[in-house]
Each structure stands twice: as structure tokens, then as C-alpha cells.
Design a binder for this molecule. Structure first.
Ligand code: FES
Length: 106
């Protein structure tokens, strides 16, 4: 599946990501700026915050309580499109998904 990461300044980066990888992991291994992921994917740091394009929100796994709580602590404002990118495994269904990166994570 292809994932498009959009930086706060509008720069787009497209990655081909194998299914099963997390949206956070793919960005970190490709060196995409804007995802920090301090806790390494444990839903404990909120520095992998992304805004998921509204068209894709319904296709994501439901948010659990840990994620919901962490999203209360993001540095950039939480919106209805906010998710932790470490909690989103890539699936074929998500092919073409667009995630916007917040202005800052820390
Ligand atoms: Fe820490 Fe996602 S990497 S919450």
C-alpha cells in the first residue's frame, strides 16, 4: 500500500509500505521528519501524532483508551482527525491514505 505523508508546510512524501508495518514505523525508517515516536510505538508518548485525512478515518481500527488518553497530551492541537500513527497498522484497505503531520511533536 502507498501512504502519503504531508508535512505542515505542504511538502508531500509518498512511501510504498508493506502491509503489517505501522504508519509510524514506515515514516521513521524512511527518515520522514515530523514523526518522533519517542516511546517506540507503545502509545505512551504522543509524539507520533498525525491527522488522518477524513476520507480514511472510517477504515482505521478503533481507538483504544490508551490512545485516546495520549491524544489529550499532544503538543499540537487534537482534532477529530487526530490519531497516533503507531497504532495504525498498514493494510491493503489503507492504500492511498493521506496523513498530515502536525506543526510540532515536542
Ligand atoms: Fe509513542 Fe506512538 S510512538 S505513542
Amino acid at each position: 500500500p502507498t501512504i502519503t505523508y504531508v508535512q505542515n508546510d505542504g511538502t508531500k512524501q509518498e512511501l510504498e509500505v508493506p502491509a503489517g508495518k505501522r504508519i509510524m514505523q514506515a515514516a521513521v525508517s524512511a527518515g520522514i521528519d515530523g514523526i518522533v515516536a519517542e516511546c517506540g510505538g507503545q502509545a505512551m508518548c504522543a509524539t507520533c501524532h498525525v491527522y488522518v485525512d477524513a476520507a480514511w478515518l472510517d477504515k482505521l481500527p478503533e481507538m483504544n483508551d490508551d490512545e485516546d488518553e495520549m491524544l489529550e497530551d499532544t503538543i499540537s492541537m487534537r482534532t477529530a482527525e487526530s490519531r497516533l500513527s503507531c497504532q495504525i497498522p498498514v493494510t491493503e484497505d489503507l492504500d492511498g491514505i493521506v496523513v498530515r503531520l502536525p506543526e510540532t511533536q515536542v
